[in-house]
Ligand binder design. Structure first.
Ligand SMILES: C[S@@+](CC[C@H](N)C(=O)[O-])C[C@H]1O[C@@H](n2cnc3c(N)ncnc32)[C@H](O)[C@@H]1O
Length: 282
């Protein structure tokens, strides 16, 4: 394994966060970029030093296949975060935060508490890189190395989370990695922790886990060993159903095509079932 100043997650699900950082770094370098994430290049460069060159080439090729759609997704969520904050929300929880840098790049207010939940191996890398470049968040950022299949609510409350204040919960590509029962448990738990007015957004998508980039993604996540579990193709649909069934949220669905139209890129997929929903806690 190449020498690196950092402990780089070169396999396992935490590795997927590096792929998204590569995507954000590339987007940030475009003249017509949808957002600017200067830290993404630092993450990508620091990660590359820990990869075997051939494996890094594969990771970049994989990121390329997700580039356009994933990048637009980042911008969509930036807009959701901005909207919630402008509406007075002062508590944000990033589920599976990965190498997200909204705490640093969005000029979020100092009285906003932003909780980042992800696996310990992800933060071992992320915090080391952030510290090396002296990155300073504009809001009150709290880092929670925790497994979403475990007791993450305790980690949240120990870090100053208040269940009596409205929260914006962000799922940006993590819940689909959980098994349907774990996915469901997370949604049930965050429902319990959500004061009226809290928001939860999640993607509704349809993917064939055995086609396109997904088999290679699984191979890389598993470190080219045993096949890792596929992302759950129906996760988004199920989540909507649970929320509606529980009648504890008002939900609004918007198709992907409608949402990305203003970006002026060729991103439409023509499938009206695919999109995101925003749920507001009653
Ligand atoms: C595709 S990445 C997305 C990261 C980030 N949301 C973004 O968009 O850049 C998925 C993230 O979910 C995290 N993750 C996966 N399973 C998890 C679990 N059981 N508990 C906590 N985090 C998890 C991974 O470590 C990884 O950082």
């Amino acid at each position: 394994m190449p020498e690196s100043a950092f402990t780089v997650p070169v396999a396992g699900v935490a590795m997927t966060a590096i792929g998204v950082a590569v995507i954000r770094a590339r987007e940030s370098e475009r003249a017509d970029r949808l957002y600017l994430d200067p830290l993404a290049r630092h993450f990508a460069d620091a990660a590359r030093a820990g990869f075997e060159p051939e494996r890094w080439t594969r990771l970049e090729a994989l990121a390329e296949q997700f580039q356009e759609g994933r990048s637009a997704g980042v911008r969509l969520l930036d807009d959701r975060v901005r909207e919630a904050v402008d509406g007075g929300c002062r508590q944000v929880v990033l589920l599976g935060a990965g190498l997200d840098t909204r705490a640093f790049r969005m000029d979020l207010p100092a009285d906003l508490r932003l909780f980042e939940i992800d696996l310990p191996e992800l933060f071992a890398f992320k915090e080391a890189v952030l510290s090396r470049v002296n990155a300073i968040p504009t809001c009150a950022r709290r880092v929670l190395p925790a497994d979403l299949r475990g007791d993450w609510p305790k980690a949240l409350s120990d870090s100053g989370f208040s269940a009596s204040e409205p929260t914006l919960w962000v799922d940006e590509g993590v819940l689909a990695y959980l098994t349907p029962p774990d996915h469901r448990r997370v949604v049930e738990t965050l429902t319990q922790l959500s004061a009226p007015g809290s928001r939860f957004g999640s993607g509704r998508f349809a993917l064939d886990a055995n086609a396109g980039p997904y088999p290679e993604l699984r191979r890389m996540v598993s470190g080219d060993g045993d096949d890792a579990p596929a992302a759950s193709a129906s996760a988004g649909f199920d989540t909507v159903e649970w929320l509606l069934a529980a009648q504890e949220w008002d939900t609004e669905f918007r198709t992907w095509d409608d949402q990305v139209a203003p970006y002026g890129r060729n991103l439409a997929n023509g499938d009206p079932r695919i999109g995101t929903f925003q749920a507001v806690r009653r």
